[in-house]
Design a protein around this ligand. Structure first.
Ligand SMILES: [Zn+2]
Length: 434
């Protein structure tokens, strides 16, 4: 659909009274009651009862291109993002080849521009080929057209403390951030499921919480020592929350994210050995889930990030031990957060806007996303129907992959529309172009 003027009629900007939002040339031009469609030469989108959120921003998406286009492409992944209410995603670096040079990050950035469903901000690798030994060309990626500010070896941990220190030192010069996948490799050799009662019962090798918490603690100390920004990916344990709370109380430059699945699911789901529930870091206990929810509510955890990790059917529909790690998440994230955080009274919709758009944009150094819906702001926004009756999640969507752990689960709410710079990518819950 071509760019046009819109009046979004009767939506409620999170935390405010219902009203109208006028959009023209990619920008919000006016907000108020009963805006005149003729005066604005605008098409009206009736949005009574809908919540307007700034377009969601994902800090942690695996788009798989280049290299694993059988699992996802930039186009299918960003289409899934748009359907989930996202207007920007950070594309993780563990592609084939790895996004460890200016050339690869620019390629991903261009593919995002060509697809046009959501802005794609490439994340650069910290080390060459994710090898954990040699720093990648962080400066060249930062200076490239892709303007990389977030670096991560996600999928792998930067385990070497000296290398982690050097990376933090390096990115400080251009206000970069190192996003750590906190997993001590030695403590998780062969690990399959959260170490605890369930792993014992199922005979699956345990993945202890301390394997995450040890790295989180070490890296918080390093970030403080260097005075450079650390972001902790997919926090999954109560102990990590406690360490991050402590680091933040010291005023250290540490931020953190949690995934939708770690806010809703527990390791008990592994009881049937269905690898759809196999994920890195693993699903934990209900005590961890409760602590993660509290931490997201009180701001200790800054952001929800999907860790959208698509895999082809053959990689997931196999024995647990052989199956790939990861779950899709872009199309369901907002509904899961609705269920886990809003329905439970832990967050209101203004809080959701903060944790799923404002703060992730700030952490990802995006200036054109995560801005409050105000006249003059870029018209990146999502319309969500919180009253839509709970409906079972369908595994088939825009993503090329089907490995959603929420399939068949009843979740509330519905993403009705997504606008990227004033142009709808999604209307009535469907992509505006096939
Ligand atoms: Zn990870």
């Amino acid at each position: 659909m071509s760019a046009t003027n819109w009046i979004i009629r009767g939506a409620t900007i999170a935390g405010e009274k219902p009203g109208d939002i006028a959009v023209s040339d990619g920008v919000i031009t006016e907000i108020g009651p009963n805006l005149d469609a003729d005066k604005h030469k605008a098409q009206v989108l009736d949005s009574d009862g809908l919540i307007a959120l700034p377009g969601l921003v994902d800090l942690h998406t695996h788009l798989r291109e280049p290299g694993r286009e059988d699992a996802e492409t930039v186009e299918t992944g960003t289409a899934a993002a748009a359907l989930g209410g996202y207007t920007a995603v950070h594309a993780m670096a563990n592609t084939e080849p790895v996004a460890d040079t200016a050339g690869v990050v620019e390629q991903v950035w261009r593919l995002g521009k060509a697809a046009g469903y959501a802005d794609v901000q490439p994340v650069g690798a910290v080390t060459v080929d994710l090898n954990g030994h040699q720093l990648a060309e962080l400066g060249a990626m930062a200076d490239s057209a892709a303007h990389v500010r977030v670096f991560s070896d996600d999928g792998k941990c930067v385990a070497d403390p000296l290398l982690m220190r050097r990376a933090l030192e390096y990115v400080k010069a251009f206000d970069g951030v190192i996003a750590q996948h906190a997993q001590d490799p030695r403590l998780t050799e062969g690990a399959q499921l959260n170490e605890g009662e369930m792993s014992g019962r199922l005979g699956l090798a345990g993945w202890p919480a301390v394997a995450e918490e040890g790295i989180v603690a070490r890296d918080c100390l390093l970030a403080a020592h260097v005075g450079s920004a650390l972001h902790i990916c997919h926090v999954s344990t109560a102990g990590s929350v406690e360490i991050i709370r402590w680091a933040k109380s010291k005023g250290w430059p540490v931020t953190a994210e949690v995934t939708p699945h770690h806010l809703l699911l527990t390791d008990e789901l592994a009881v049937g050995y269905d690898p759809v529930f196999k994920v890195n870091p693993p699903l934990r206990t209900s005590a961890d889930v409760n602590e993660l929810r509290q931490a997201l509510a009180d701001g200790t955890i800054d952001a929800v990030a999907t860790d959208h990790a698509p895999h082809p059917v053959e990689a997931k529909e196999t024995e647990w031990a052989e199956a790939a790690w990861g779950m899709t998440g872009l199309e369901t994230a907002l509904r899961v957060v609705h269920q886990a955080m809003v329905s439970t009274g832990l967050l209101d919709w203004a809080g959701v806007a903060d944790r799923m758009s404002v703060r992730p944009a700030r952490i990802g150094r995006l200036t054109q996303h995560g801005t409050p819906l105000r006249p003059g702001a870029p018209a990146n926004l999502t319309l969500y129907d919180p009253a839509a009756p709970a409906e079972a999640v369908s595994p088939s969507g825009a993503s090329k992959s089907r490995n959603t752990p929420f399939a068949g689960m009843e979740l509330p709410g519905r993403v009705v529309a997504t606008f990227l710079r004033g142009t709808p990518t999604v209307l009535d819950g469907k992509l505006t172009r096939a």
